[in-house]
Ligand binder design. Structure first.
Ligand code: NAD
Length: 375
């Protein structure tokens, strides 16, 4: 194996601490708030052993308690960011601070000769990202957007159904992320720090759809909620209209005490649903459109033939969701190999730029309550 990328982490809170343990241990498992805790229902297996590719050089954080947390785990703690980026034993910086700090930290790191892996949302705006891309080009350093949820298994199942037309041509996809705890943490509820759910979860779910569908996005509509926080969006509902007629509905909510399915996929030869991150779900595939035996059912106070459910096993078949191996460490691995010049960057800056532009169109739509033309 070639040389490892020695990585320094700036911002060692929930996510940065998770990265620090994942890189230190090589597992890439989900780690939150310093507790090495596998999230219930998740398969913690990771295919790539990232300890072969990445090495933790150290961390920097402005909070003494986070510095102490890192020291207790045997991690090197730099006194400040300038010292970390000046260290010749550091090849790359992983930025995991609140969102409004990403730009300056990224530019400083690249100017100091370090590659950058930057947490999502990579920047607050597309203009900021253009500035950062310019510095990446000038310095020849990698700037890598950490849009890691392109490797979520629930998404990859939907992508397989869509790509391989397992249910025919897909005409509608719904992805709903629903919680009931309002906007978490301190800075996420403050606009100036890059708070709000569009920049938090919105970026992930938009990213994946933009990555999956190789079509122009014709129009976008977005509605935002401010139920638990008057300053920052605590929920978003986005509709993306693609040139083929495909419609995608995305939702993030933080005041939902009863959840809808995580995913619904509708194709002209069947439908699929994934209820949760444990991947409970199914596909229902249409076998024949033969409707001769349809009998009406009682629905509310009336009869309906149109909405009479199908008898599975007759004109439809119920199938399990597709199963396949996935590598939850794929982004870490691709980042390291991009820095080593061995692979091409999978999550490109151009892609992240298009995602940010979709998010900006969403803000415009939400402000004006209008459908916005996009491409
Ligand atoms: P957090 O508040 O838990 O941690 C942020 C840390 O940054 C804190 O410890 C804080 O002290 C530190 N910090 C603030 N200013 C600093 C500075 N100038 N120098 C050094 N350290 C500084 O936040 P979080 O949940 O860990 O989020 C951090 C980033 O990670 C955000 O950009 C967020 O969007 C992203 N994130 C990504 C994912 C993902 O799945 N990709 C998940 C969660 C968070």
């Amino acid at each position: 194996m070639s040389k490892k990328i020695r990585i320094g982490i700036v911002g060692c809170g929930g996510m940065g601490g998770g990265h620090a343990i994942a890189i230190q241990s090589g597992t890439g498992n989900a780690v939150w708030n310093g507790n090495n805790m596998d999230v219930p229902g998740f398969d913690s297996a990771a295919t790539t052993d990232i300890s072969q590719l990445l090495e933790l050089a150290g961390i920097v954080d402005i909070k003494p308690e986070r510095q102490e947390w890192a020291r207790e785990r045997g991690m090197k703690v730099y006194p400040d960011y300038e010292t970390m980026i000046a260290d010749p034993n550091v090849d790359a910086i992983l930025i995991a601070t609140p969102n409004h700090l990403h730009k300056e930290l990224a530019i400083q790191a690249m100017r100091a000769g370090k590659h950058v892996l930057c947490e999502k949302p990579v920047m607050i705006s597309s203009d900021e990202l253009l500035e950062v891309m310019k510095v990446s080009e000038e310095t020849g350093k990698v700037f890598y957007p950490r849009q890691n949820r392109e490797w979520d298994q629930d998404y990859l199942i939907v992508k397989k159904i869509y790509d391989e037309k397992l249910l025919g041509n897909v005409f509608n996809i719904k992805n709903k992320i629903m919680g009931s705890r309002g906007i978490p943490g301190d800075w996420r509820g403050v606009k100036a720090y890059g708070g709000g759910m569009m920049l938090d979860w919105g970026v992930h779910i938009i990213d994946r759809m933009v990555a999956m569908v190789p079509e122009k996005i014709k129009k976008i509509y977005c509605n935002m909620t401010y139920i638990t926080n008057p300053e920052c969006d605590d929920g978003i509902q986005v509709t993306m209209f693609f040139e083929s007629g495909l419609k995608i509905n995305l939702e993030v909510g933080t005041c939902h005490f009863v959840n809808e399915p995580l995913w619904n996929v509708y194709g002209d030869m069947g439908s699929a649903e994934i209820f949760n991150w444990k991947l409970d779900g199914r596909m229902v595939r249409l076998e024949t459109w033969d409707e001769r035996d349809t009998t009406p059912i009682m629905a509310g106070a009336g009869l309906t033939k149109t909405m009479a459910p199908r008898q599975h096993g007759k004109s439809t078949t119920v199938l399990p969701l597709p199963e396949f191996d996935f590598d939850r460490n794929a982004l870490y691995a691709n980042f390291a190999k991009t820095c080593l010049g061995e692979e091409k960057q999978i999550v490109t800056c151009e892609h992240a730029l298009r995602v940010l532009r979709v998010m900006e169109a969403c803000f415009k739509s939400a402000e004006t309550c209008q459908v916005v033309d996009f491409e």
